[in-house]
Write a protein that binds this ligand. Structure first.
Ligand code: BES
Ligand code: MN
Ligand code: ZN
Length: 513
């Protein structure tokens, strides 16, 4: 989809469709009011017949509205004006795009971006960027593996968003460009997540990283093979890979957009391309969803794609730690003790707690990058889904300012995260009779004890952990990867770009809500 911005009156747009909002009780938005006036009150006449009350999500397509230059007008219900918040804004845009997609319009000018959205700093930049991201999210399809491609007739090619004044054209254009880049990063993460484990193997992820690296002179890629891991002493990672015929890969992507020598932000992604649980095997119900256990790795690739597309002036390192977790005659067994790259020994009491095992060696490996901050993303615990559901990722870490920045980036991008405590008291649950630590901490506080485990490998730098088990994919009828947490990471990185002064960064220090 092609996105752009424009200022000017709706009745003067020579386009296939103009999109305007209507609030509950048939209250016209400013743009709808202008159309109404231009057409001599025909719009309000039409609404009086009762076809659109203005409830959130309703749409009504009107053809040939008198004295306007557009072929159609799409009215979009926005709910009560007083309650028009971020969620309802996204819903309105999503419904509008879906409805537009079913018309014959190739192009539309959408004025929803001129509505006032409740909340701090939801300005033109935010509204246009969210609109672009929401549009791409709504139009996403994954039919690569179907022999009959989607039969929807989809002529819509171009979406133009209205901005309230010419002064805001530049900021609107930047928002459209950045929104499109974030959407493309999320799209990549989503595709990789949706690919089944027989296609998306560790080697496939490594190839995907190589492809991404080829797209920019600023990107370098290196892939550590099993032999390299053995030489280094990555006993925890290797213990997970033992049960699989697919060799593990540790992929390092280095994006150098910042000044030479500037410390990098390091993103580490869990890339278990299929998690059967290993010998501690999972029940078979919904086990197919464990193909999504590489969504952390996909998120790293998506975030790096955003860096490349926007040429962000930062140094960013992406680390993907990829393996399958399968049962086998040679697989790790409950009770096995292994030595991690850090030298610490681990008793593997449950082979299904494999994510922390692969991550701990990757996290130790990160020390060599002299990082400014390390953020790992992992579909790490079912307990996180129990605690936070599907709406927020879990956030834990050892550096309050880093956690604060991620919380803010989540709030601004809509890809939210929520902090859980990483108190020392929880560390006791990892005690082992036979090794330095066990890889599981019992039933209580499963997300926290998983992070406690990781914290023992991240003492040398600022670190945050995102447990994305609840947010990375949807189950049920609309099963599929979401592309999260790419928007959150992209926002975090954008906020780190000097002198950009995006609202999320300006909001720093302000009361959190
Ligand atoms: N990949 C899973 C976590 C998971 C499970 C995410 C279900 C989303 C839905 C992870 O490897 C795992 O199996 N974790 C165990 C840890 C337990 C053995 C301590 C879990 O959550 O049950
Ligand atoms: Mn597992
Ligand atoms: Zn897993």
């Amino acid at each position: 989809m092609d996105f752009s911005v424009k200022s000017g009156n709706p009745e003067k747009q020579r386009t296939a469709c103009v999109v305007v909002g209507v609030f509950e009780r048939r209250r016209l938005s400013a743009a709808a009011g202008q159309l109404d006036q231009a057409s001599g009150g025909r719009l309000s006449n039409l609404l009086r017949r009762g076809d659109l009350e203005g409830r959130s999500g309703q749409t009504l397509l009107v053809h040939n509205l008198a004295d306007t230059l557009c072929d159609r007008v799409l009215l979009v219900g926005c709910g009560r004006e007083r309650e028009f918040d971020e969620r309802r804004y996204r819903k309105a845009v999503g419904r509008a795009v879906r409805a537009l997609n079913e018309t014959g319009a190739m192009e539309a000018v959408c004025y929803l971006t001129e509505l006032t959205v409740k909340g701090r700093e939801r300005d033109t930049y935010w509204r246009v960027r969210q609109a672009v991201e929401t549009a791409e999210d709504t139009l996403y399809r994954f039919d690569r593996l179907k022999s009959e491609k989607s039969t929807e007739r989809r002529p819509l090619r171009r979406l133009v968003f209205g901005v309230p004044s010419r002064r805001e054209l530049a900021v609107g254009e930047r928002a459209a460009r950045e929104g499109a880049a974030i959407a493309a990063g999320a799209h990549l993460a989503r595709d990789l997540g949706n690919l089944p484990a027989n296609i998306c193997t560790p080697a496939y992820l490594a190839d995907e990283a190589r492809t991404l690296a080829k797209s920019s002179r600023r990107m370098k890629v290196e892939v550590l093979e099993r032999a390299d891991m053995e030489k280094l002493g990555m006993g925890a990672l290797l213990a997970v890979a033992r049960g699989s015929r697919q060799p593990p890969k540790l992929v390092v992507l280095q994006y150098s957009g910042g000044t030479r020598g500037a410390k990098p932000v390091v993103l580490v992604g869990k890339g278990i391309t299929f998690d059967s649980g290993g010998i501690s095997i999972k029940p078979s119900a919904a086990m197919d969803e464990m193909k999504f256990d590489m969504c952390g790795a996909a998120g790293v690739l998506g975030a790096l794609k955003v860096c490349v597309d926007l040429q962000l002036p930062l140094n960013v390192v992406g680390v993907i730690v990829a393996s399958e977790n399968l049962p086998d005659g040679d697989a790790s067994k409950p009770g096995d003790v292994v030595t991690s790259l850090s030298g610490q020994t681990i008793e593997i009491l449950n082979t299904d707690a494999e994510g922390r095992l692969v991550l701990c060696d990757a996290l130790t490996y990160c020390e060599r990058f002299g990082p400014e901050a390390v953020v790992d993303l992992a579909t790490l615990t079912g307990a996180c889904v129990v605690a936070l559901g599907k709406h927020a990722s879990g956030l834990l870490g050892n550096h309050a300012p880093l956690a604060h920045d991620l919380l803010n980036a989540g709030r601004y991008s809509g890809d939210r995260t929520w902090e859980l405590p990483l108190w020392d008291e929880y560390q006791d649950q990892l005690k082992s009779n036979f090794a330095d630590m066990a890889n599981v901490g019992g039933r209580d506080a499963g997300t926290i004890t998983a992070a406690c485990f990781l914290s023992r490998f991240t003492k040398k730098y600022h670190w945050a952990h995102l447990d994305i088990a609840g947010v990375a994919w949807k189950s049920g009828k609309r099963k599929g990867a979401t592309g999260r947490p790419v928007p959150l990471l992209a926002q975090y990185l954008l906020d780190r770009c000097e002198g950009r002064g995006t609202p999320a960064r300006k909001g720093r220090g302000a009361a959190g809500g």
